[in-house]
Design a protein around this ligand. Structure first.
Ligand code: ASP
Length: 314
């Protein structure tokens, strides 16, 4: 795999390698002993993904470069390719890119001589989100095989839904969708459950935000949406004892989930955010290693004290 663009390009062995590497980064500090720059080019809003990439880069000892799209030459009409080439020319060693176009990577057309990491592509792909979700699920269940995982909400416009359905089914889970009929995407080929079935049968209920910025005409009052398609307190009570709730964020409190459930016992929403740092450290190092920009002996373990118990080998 040249660039880190899509879950489609990842084999099960590669996913497992990345999850194991993330687990090492969670339990120990590592640092790369070489000056390297990571450019973070975000053309769409981001809190969790952008900040966790920056924390991941700093933890590894990389120097983050940040583009403020609103203040940059993008505003003067510069193309994504020219912006990316500029960062390459001034010394960036890896590019992390988020853009609203589904296929923004085609514009780069593999013409760069540094690795590119996809931090979100339109409605199509969000591979690092899928890795952090998979890692959070693995922390809980220590397996994927035959887990019932339902992705609930705005499937049609969600890159998280697409990437996650693909990654989790590759790993052996049973993936389902649920939500308002106009927000489903039957072409993806996953079974669609009623919300009641999903609530009662799922080991993992993954809620999605309504992607208002990507569609028009689906306007529900928040309270009406919550009652019809969201996770209310009443529905949460019907979930299996061991079942967990995920949400990639940002959460619309009181729309897809009752506000009081965001931090309830079965919510792993903030664990997902923490895990985002470790999986992004894993992806950054994998890409730098693959491209020969660093070698194994340049990744130095900084401490000998285990911070947390690692989960068993994957
Ligand atoms: N943060 C996720 C994404 O970038 C989910 C969302 O925005 O709803 O796709």
């Amino acid at each position: 795999m040249r660039d880190f663009i899509s879950v489609q390009d990842l084999s099960v062995a590669e996913i497992k390698y990345l999850l194991e590497t993330a687990d090492r980064f969670r339990t120990h500090d590592y640092e790369i002993s070489k000056q390297l720059f990571a450019a973070n080019l975000f053309f769409e809003p981001s809190t969790r993904t952008k900040m966790s990439f920056i924390v991941a880069e700093r933890k590894l000892g990389l120097e983050p470069l940040e583009l403020h799209a609103e203040m940059s030459s993008i505003k003067k009409g510069e193309t994504l390719y020219d912006t990316a080439r500029t960062f390459e020319a001034i010394g960036a060693n890896v590019l992390v890119i988020r853009h609203e176009a589904d296929d923004w990577m085609k514009e780069l057309n593999e013409k760069l001589s540094i690795p590119v990491i996809n931090a979100g592509a339109g409605t199509k792909d969000h591979p690092t989100q899928s890795l952090l979700d998979a890692y959070t699920i693995y922390q809980e269940f220590e397996c994927f095989k035959d887990l019932n995982i339902t992705i609930a909400g705005d499937v049609k416009h969600s890159r998280v839904a697409r990437s996650n359905a693909e990654m989790l089914s590759k790993l052996g889970a049973n993936v389902y969708f649920t939500g308002a009929p106009e927000l489903m995407d039957e072409s993806l080929g996953y079974p669609i459950l009623t919300l009641d079935q999903a609530v009662e049968q799922s080991d993992v209920l993954m809620l999605l935000r309504i992607q208002h910025e990507r569609h028009h005409g689906f306007i529900h009052a928040a309270i009406e949406y919550l009652e019809k398609y969201g996770l209310t307190v009443e529905r949460e009570r019907k979930m299996q004892n061991h079942a967990i709730i995920l949400h990639p964020g940002p959460v619309n409190r009181g729309v897809e989930i009752d506000s009081s459930l965001v931090e309830c016992k079965r919510s792993r929403i903030f664990n997902q955010m923490e895990n985002g740092v470790y999986v992004r450290m894993a992806v950054l190092t994998k890409q730098l290693l693959n491209w020969g920009i660093i070698h194994d002996d340049q990744i130095k373990k900084c401490d000998t004290i285990e911070r947390k118990q690692p989960i068993r080998a994957m």
